[in-house]
Design a protein around this ligand. Structure first.
Ligand code: ADP
Ligand code: MG
Length: 264
């Protein structure tokens, strides 16, 4: 029985803040002493670069693990900052090979779940940064996860595509992973001076109420700058509004988890 909590950060729309959330939530959890594994499943390798790992200099990536060509210990990278106990399963362009390879395998939807089962004792929380598509890699994340965190940018087309994602979650709950639930809906890149953003934000709360995190991630230039330094925001500018917001989110995620423990 696994004691780790695995959260897939998913939304098939690109540019909604998945990677920013994965990197900064992971770092914020590590900073308060949680043992965290950040899994980069996007061939773009943005989360990998975002924690300071050169995606082009990697001998092994999560692709090798998913394809059964290497063990976890050979693929994992220790990040160490902001605190020891923060590890990365990295990604780069090779991950597209895993997406193709998984299509041909029997265990295609369970490859990540199986790979993570072997490290159940090593981490308290696993965060999976998904690619911007509902492909086999995202399905692997949803099968391995017990919760899905959905970042949403409060803009006009924000809700478009959400029902396809929720349908996919429902389908996976019904067939492969009965324990999967909506971890939370996160409002990202929020600008309170923008009326439309406020309307969409209100609409989300009306429709999804309890699932919407109270923490709102503001639009903050520090969050956009930090990745170019290979740093999570709390190591780049700890007092920035973005860094503070992700630390608040980390507390909220943990508080919710304590209220509603998973069925594991
Ligand atoms: P996704 O992973 O969903 O494609 P990203 O996290 O990469 O989205 O974010 C898309 C772009 O927006 C990136 O350039 C990122 O630095 C920037 N960004 C994300 N969140 C914020 C924010 N709260 N404030 C300002 N810029 C942000
Ligand atoms: Mg991304």
């Amino acid at each position: 029985m696994s004691s780790i909590r695995t959260i897939a950060i998913a939304n098939q729309k690109g540019g909604v803040g998945k990677t920013t959330t994965a990197v900064n939530l992971a770092a914020s959890l590590a900073a308060i002493g949680r043992r965290v594994l950040l899994v980069d499943l996007d061939p773009q390798g943005n989360a990998t670069m975002g924690v300071g790992v050169d995606k082009n200099g990697l001998e092994r990536t999560g692709c090798d693990l998913l394809m059964g060509e290497a063990g976890f210990a050979d693929c994992v990278v220790r990040i160490e900052a902001p605190a020891p106990g923060f590890d990365l399963l990295p990604s780069n362009g090779d991950m597209t090979a895993a997406e193709v390879g998984l299509m041909q395998s029997d265990q295609r939807e369970r490859a990540l779940a199986e790979a993570l089962a072997s490290v159940a004792d090593a981490y308290e929380i696993v965060l999976v940064d998904c690619p911007p598509s509902l492909n086999m890699l995202t399905v692997n994340a949803l099968v391995a996860a017990d919760g899905v965190l959905i970042p949403i940018q409060c803009e006009y087309y924000a809700l478009e595509g959400l029902s396809a994602l929720l349908d996919t979650v429902e389908q996976i709950r019904g067939s492969r992973n009965a324990g999967l639930r909506i971890e939370g809906i996160l409002r990202t890149m929020h600008d309170p001076r923008n009326n439309l953003a406020n309307q969409v934000s209100t609409q989300l709360v009306t429709h999804f109420t309890a699932e919407v995190y109270r923490t709102i991630i503001p639009r903050n230039v520090r969050l956009a700058e930090a990745p170019s330094h290979g740093l999570p925001a709390l190591l780049y500018d700890q007092s920035s509004r973005g860094a503070v917001a992700y630390q608040a989110l980390a507390s909220e995620v943990l508080r919710r988890r304590e209220r509603t423990p998973s069925a594991a």
